[in-house]
Write a protein that binds this ligand. Sequence first.
Ligand code: SF4
Length: 251
Amino acid sequence: MSTLQDRLDRLTVPGELYEVVDEAEKKIRCYACGHRCLLKDGARGICKVRYNDGGTLRVPHGYVGTLQLDPIEKKPFNHVDPGISVLSYGMLGCDFHCGYCQNWEISQHGRDEAAGREPLIVTPAELVATARSRGAQALASTYNEPLITSEWAVSVFKVAKQAGMRTVYISNGNGTPEVMAYLRPWLDAYKIDLKTMQDKQYRRLGGVLANVLDTIKMVKESGLWTEVVTLVVPGFNDSNEELWDAARYIG
Ligand code: SF4
């Protein structure tokens, strides 16, 4: 009997966000997120869903792990077409491992044995048709980290754009210049979670503060509509000093 991982691995295509580092050794480097995983043949990235198959990076494609109609304010985007509905989808996996993640059942697939969900197989055209039939004016890649499935997002967003819809990312901000350039033509708005202003706290979640701050700058400078959100977690990031640091950085 096949495992969930087997079924997910079949729902993959060759990726576009990677480079060959050593052809003879079939070593490659993924640059879909700031981890820039160096992967030998057969290895999986930190996100658990992108992997090296004989020198080719296989990446998730053709499914969603969760699908829901949301008001755009729930994403939360407070200043992008207030009042519109958004068809939100997530896939499986994440490049972070935040202990308080609300979406851990999909984000922590491959890391937490209790996590994981059967994929719903869909095409980009079916997703956009569903969005239109339910009155959504935008499509969002959200719930798990969208950067790690950016090839699928671009496939979906190309069709969404043809249908006149907005496209948005809800992300942890662990980006790279390469993935931002790849996404920019197909994306309207980008929301980043600035989870803490302390590097040592970011490292507990699996990230690096400087990389998130750089991504906020990159997104803003690219001309994308940018919103930054800090979820206040008592005892983790709620000191006055830290919240002022975040406000000063954004200001
Ligand atoms: S997307 Fe996954 S494989 Fe690629 S760099 Fe990030 S964690 Fe590594």
